[in-house]
Design a protein. Structure first.
Length: 262
């Protein structure tokens, strides 16, 4: 899989006619979605509509669920990442993920950043990489004097920024965030949102969120999902966030973002 910059007018990643199953149950169906490079795309919708299922298919995290399988194509640099000759580990290096609950390793702050880089074969100056990654995650000034301290001693918001720094250290192109602020207080949440905005100048960011205000504040594009009559998740509407929140084209979108259901 190539690691070249995105050519002009190319999508960062594209879903074509994607169905995702857990065993015989179709969790989401017929998803067509084009993610713009170096923008923030929010995926919103009620619980159970397949938001996390979809975001986890972007980097093949669903492979870890034995019953999961996918029909359709997910194109990254023109290549279907589900083709048999594609290494999912390489996919996950180029498409990193930050989870709902901060999950730092039970190691020092320094080793949390360095470990993933070493595993991925980094041969440069590790001190410089650790500092650069922590600076990118807006955490360096807070931890630069305590790098040998356990990451588990950090606050929840600091731990989440550390997890973002850990993801940045392996130099991904896309960063997936699955409800990254749901366990954080409002101040820590705003720090993560500010960080996302800074990072979007260099990285494509896809975020799943239940927080309508967060989606409206932080994203450039929004996809609204809901459940069809057969309980499968479907994408109802996708477009610029300003349009989705002020002039939605579908009544279901309007009902959800105004709190009439969901």
């Amino acid at each position: 899989m190539t690691e070249t910059p995105f050519p002009n007018n190319a999508y960062a990643i594209e879903l074509r006619n994607v169905d995702i199953f857990y065993g015989n149950f179709r969790a989401v169906k017929d998803i067509n979605l084009q993610i713009e490079p170096r923008k923030i795309t929010a995926i919103i919708g009620p619980s159970g509509c397949g938001k996390s299922t979809v975001i986890r298919c972007f980097n093949r995290m669903n492979d870890l669920v034995p019953s999961a399988h996918l029909n359709g194509e997910i194109l990254f640099h023109g290549k279907n990442i589900y083709d048999p000759d594609v290494d999912p580990v390489q996919v996950r290096r180029l498409i990193g993920m930050v989870f709902q609950k901060p999950n730092p390793f039970p190691k020092s702050i320094y080793e949390n950043i360095a470990w993933g880089a070493r595993v991925n074969g980094y041969r440069g100056n590790m001190d410089d990489l650790v500092e650069q990654s922590l600076r990118q995650a807006a955490l360096w000034d807070e931890v630069k004097d305590t790098l040998k301290k356990s990451a588990l001693a950090l606050s929840g918001g600091q731990q989440q920024r550390l997890c973002i720094a850990r993801t940045l250290a392996v130099r991904p192109e896309i960063i997936l965030m699955d409800e990254p602020c749901s366990a954080l207080d409002p101040i820590a949440t705003l720090k993560i949102e500010d960080l996302m905005r800074e990072l979007s100048t260099q990285y494509t960011i896809i975020i799943v969120t239940h927080n309508m205000q967060q989606a409206a504040r932080a994203s450039d594009f929004t996809a609204f999902f809901t459940m069809d009559t057969d309980r499968a998740g479907i994408m109802v509407e996708y477009g610029p966030t300003s349009q989705i929140f002020t002039r939605p084209k579908d009544k279901r979108t309007e009902d959800y973002i105004t709190g009439r259901f969901g």
